[in-house]
Design a protein around this ligand. Structure first.
Ligand SMILES: Nc1nc2c(ncn2[C@@H]2O[C@H](COP(=O)(O)OP(=O)(O)OP(=O)(O)O)[C@@H](O)[C@H]2O)c(=O)[nH]1
Ligand SMILES: Nc1nc2c(ncn2[C@@H]2O[C@H](COP(=O)(O)OP(=O)(O)OP(=O)(O)O)[C@@H](O)[C@H]2O)c(=O)[nH]1
Length: 547
């Protein structure tokens, strides 16, 4: 347990989700074009609640994608000046926005600078560092020179635009991105109201509470020394590089007895619940103690549920020759827990906040993989390569075949493969598919689930897969009891059967009842061709007789 303040680069503590996005506020006296600029930026018309110029409006806000990053844009609307004094110039709501905004767009008109504007400029002086002065209504070249007059107001950033005609908007966006340091933020954020949920599991005293408190910036986790104490999972929120995280700490939940060292050290049910509520699990290991056998149980629970897992080797500050030890522990993990070979391992010191940002970058990368989708066409192109490189082993009843694959879910990442025979399908080949998916399709660090489904004669699922353009895969896979062969040639592909399975065989089609019309036509065609060849034969005989 520690009372140190957060000192992980990129980590911010948060009180509510509203605070998670960068906030840009447009401020200006009435009629400068705030609504026009707001609509231009967010790309839609919004309702103007009071069309009378100068009437105080409530602030309006919208999500806006700025250079691929989600930000919040606010038209303060409510900044109204009167001549009485500066203190009551701004409504309460607007004042709080001015305080909270990461960037202020102070909007003026290029043609007129009124005393009201000057008062506003003076009032916003304390926010100078986060303000960009935007001079609006620069509709043509002649008006561009007017912008220079505004440099005398002392702002470091001055941009001329025409909100009505969309001029200078690119320059404004570049300026805003620079001011917000957006390149330091993650590109893809969880959906609105969604967070990356981290569960921290591990033996007592590995430092789970220390890490949780470090990230959340306050003591949310209390270590209880009372034997037999079982507490609920505690949680806290924080932001890392602009992305909201929730951390669930299971500290102390499995300490049934401090006296008995052998007692099972976690409540499996509680652990399962916490794992289920999370996207990524941190499995904490005390670097001085190494891995405990029981970590294996929890690892299996995590993998079985398709969650991301990062192994955290804590207390590296207490190690000497860290790198060597990290490598030794990695080797040991791979040896003892083959189920976790894909899981990243990060060494940190929760106490000293060392390399915790690397841990969070790793968590984010794992989360991205958990939410990644691969096109069915890409799966099947890869499957073609894999089956060329390594065919499923033969069994007594013939060769196993994999026809098609498709990704059926994210988080957990699950793939479905259609095979000719499911019973006895070699586990080693399923493992091969999992490893190949990880290696070639961009999921190097997460568990992959593979489901096999036996192909029926005309399964609806197959039809829909084929309609997505995967018809080619079928010709690369050998038919039942057929020897493995080279990849299909173009002519093989043309011969492919509609069933989508093995190579086309010229097997006669079973005649179906109700096919009489087709049969009649075929008979007719045969009769015509017989007649034609008889006529030809006759003509030949006549020629010969003449000759
Ligand atoms: N010529 C020109 N007119 C503009 C431009 N941008 C806005 N306007 C006009 O300026 C007037 C005021 O625009 P609004 O966007 O309603 O201004 P506002 O600051 O939201 O005004 P309030 O709602 O009173 O606070 C409208 O008639 C707009 O058409 C511009 O770039 N060029
Ligand atoms: N040297 C060192 N000590 C640490 C580090 N992290 C935690 N500790 C110490 O390890 C002890 C246990 O830390 P906690 O955070 O309470 O561990 P926990 O896993 O939450 O423990 P339980 O609540 O019992 O499950 C405390 O004395 C911490 O100060 C670290 O990075 N380095």
């Amino acid at each position: 347990m520690t009372d140190r303040q957060p000192s992980v680069p990129g980590v911010q503590s948060v009180a509510s989700l509203d605070e998670t996005l960068p906030l840009i506020a447009i401020v200006g006296r009435p009629n400068t074009g705030k609504s026009t600029l707001f609509n231009r930026l967010v790309g839609k018309r919004r309702m103007i609640t009071d069309p009378t110029p100068g009437v105080t409006r409530d602030p309006v806000s919208e999500h806006w994608m700025l250079g691929g990053h989600s930000v919040m844009l606010v038209d303060t609307g409510g900044v109204k000046l009167d001549r009485e004094g500066l203190d009551h110039l701004v409504s309460e709501k607007s004042l709080s926005i001015l305080e909270r905004a990461h960037v202020l767009i102070l909007l003026l008109e290029c043609t007129t600078l009124t005393p009201e504007d000057e008062m506003l400029v003076k009032h916003l002086r304390p926010y100078g560092d986060k303000t960009v002065l935007v001079v609006n209504k620069v509709d043509d070249y002649n008006r561009e020179t007017l912008v220079w007059n505004y440099h005398s107001l002392g702002y470091q950033r001055v941009v001329g635009i025409s909100a009505a005609h969309g001029l200078g908007i690119g320059d404004l966006e570049d300026t805003l991105m620079g001011m917000l340091d957006l390149d330091e933020r993650f590109d893809v954020l969880p959906q609105k109201d969604e967070r990356i949920k981290l569960a921290v599991l591990g033996k007592p005293n590995t430092g789970k509470s220390t890490l949780t408190n470090l990230l959340v910036g306050q003591e949310v986790s209390i270590v209880s020394d009372i034997p037999g104490t079982t507490r609920d999972v505690v949680s806290g929120d924080f932001l890392y590089k602009g992305t909201p995280f929730t951390i669930l700490d299971t500290a102390g939940i499995r300490r049934k007895s401090k006296v008995d060292e052998d007692v099972e050290y976690y409540s499996v049910n509680r652990a399962i619940k916490t794992i289920d509520e999370s996207n990524v699990v941190l499995l904490m290991i005390d670097a001085q103690e190494g891995i405990a056998d029981q970590d294996k149980k929890i690892a299996q629970l995590i993998v079985r549920r398709g969650k991301g897992v990062v192994l955290v080797l804590n207390k590296i500050d207490a190690l000497s020759g860290i790198q060597n030890q990290l490598e030794a522990i990695k080797d040991r993990v791979r040896f003892l827990f083959p189920v976790l070979t894909f899981a990243p391992l990060v060494g940190v010191s929760a106490l000293k906040a060392t390399d915790v940002h690397i841990l969070l970058d790793t968590v984010y990368a794992v989360w991205r993989q958990l939410n990644k989708r691969v096109d069915t066409a890409d799966v099947n192109n890869a499957l073609k390569r894999w089956s060329e490189a390594y065919q499923p082993p033969r069994s007594s009843s013939g060769y196993f075949k994999v026809y098609y694959g498709t990704q059926v879910s994210v988080a957990p990442v699950r793939f479905l493969f259609f095979v000719n025979k499911k019973p006895g399908f070699p586990e080693i080949y399923v493992q091969f598919l999992k490893n190949s998916i990880r290696r070639d399709l961009g999921f190097p660090s997460i568990p992959i689930e593979v489901e096999l489904r036996e192909r029926r004669r005309n399964p609806a699922g197959m039809a829909s897969l084929r309609s997505e353009g995967e018809g080619e895969m079928k010709s690369s896979v050998p038919a039942d009891n057929e020897k493995p062969r080279k990849p299909a040639s173009a002519s093989d592909t043309r011969k492919a059967q509609p069933e989508g399975g093995g190579r086309a065989k010229a097997a006669p089609k079973a005649r179906k009842p109700g096919n009489k019309a087709a049969k009649g036509k075929a008979d007719e065609r045969r009769a015509v061709s017989r007649k034609q060849s008889q006529q030809k034969k006759g003509r030949m005989e006549q020629k010969r007789a003449k000759g």
